[in-house]
Write a protein that binds this ligand. Sequence first.
Ligand code: PBG
Length: 428
Amino acid sequence: MASSVFHAPCGAPSIKQLECQKYVGLRPSVTLRFNCVKTKTVMARRLVVTASKSHDGASKKLGISDAECEAAVVAGNIPEAPPVPPKPAAPAGTPVVPSLPLSRRPRRNRKSPAMRASFQETNLSPANFVYPLFIHEGEEDTPIGAMPGCYRLGWRHGLVQEVAKARDVGVNSVVLFPKVPDALKSPTGDEAYNDNGLVPRTIWLLKDRYPDLVIYTDVALDPYSSDGHDGIVREDGVIMNDETVHQLCKQAVSQARAGADVVSPSDMMDGRVGAIRAALDAEGFQHVSIMSYTAKYASSFYGPFREALDSNPRFGDKKTYQMNPANYREALVEAQADESEGADILLVKPGLPYLDVIRLLRDKYPLPIAAYQVSGEYSMIKAGGALKMIDEQRVMMESLMCLRRAGADIILTYFALQAARCLCGEKR
Ligand code: PBG
């Protein structure tokens, strides 16, 4: 069973952490063994279903031929099966009632771990994860206060180690988010397409070490903008669309030149997917994919991320470009545009509060769907776990499974390493 649901280069998933594997259908049936044995009393071949943890309780072989076994049964010497176990007692005081006349009892299909695993509709694998990583120019890894367990990683050392750890448990896709020095930020975010900038340099380094690593990049101006916005801000506060798209095209081409596999516009400007596709193609990057942040909502769940990158907007909010959390149909408008402009993957963000939108795009579009379990979602689970209000690991696995159930093919999640370790049966 395990091998059919789980294809990750972390070896055969050993069954150590059953709690996790229960969610993903990796739990083996330890209690049921179906043995075809020759039984002791009379020489007859019978199928005996034992329900024991070991084979040893079964009968010894008597060295009797099949014909002799059959003859014995024909002669009326029927071998004994193990006794039927007594009916388990209900607690005293349990009311005695007639059975409900139900033709359908859905609990029948949930009655054992093996059956539950057989009928599990959705599975989770490290291959579904994209690991978002924060990078900076420093040598040290700096913890991010609002995201326990996450760091701004030194691009030369910490980052490379983190990628190695992720690959060890089958996570071979990462998305990079740079923390840019304030001195390099400007109103037009030109550092975003500096070929020697932090992101292109990091891509070179990672591709040199791990040529088969899949590198996603973020296309947006906010880490590079002195205004902390995803686009260029006019003096009256308007975010300029087409001028921003011009910059984004240069940014995407610079990332592709460095070796990015998938560029991911997260800015929500109109027309950026088509423009980026054309710019990539014009420079010979037909093979570089575009993952479009199709339905990206103006969400308060991004707070910890903005702390991580120090990228809070200096004024105002992002509501003139990111979507209103109250809107559902509008996601179709965005998806239609992105599909027709050539997006390869459609992304919904945030994840768990927007499962309906994931399902909508999954049902209406044949393209792969990505879900972004954002920083606020991550931090809430971490905080709840630290306060012992919830079981962090189980809630983590359940939330990821639910994103898959809603229709996400891939999940961008800060839990990628932790969850993949859990799937591989490693203890933390
Ligand atoms: C900005 C960007 C944001 C995130 C990813 N890319 C923040 C924003 O839109 O302000 C948020 C991710 C997260 O919260 O984990 N281009």
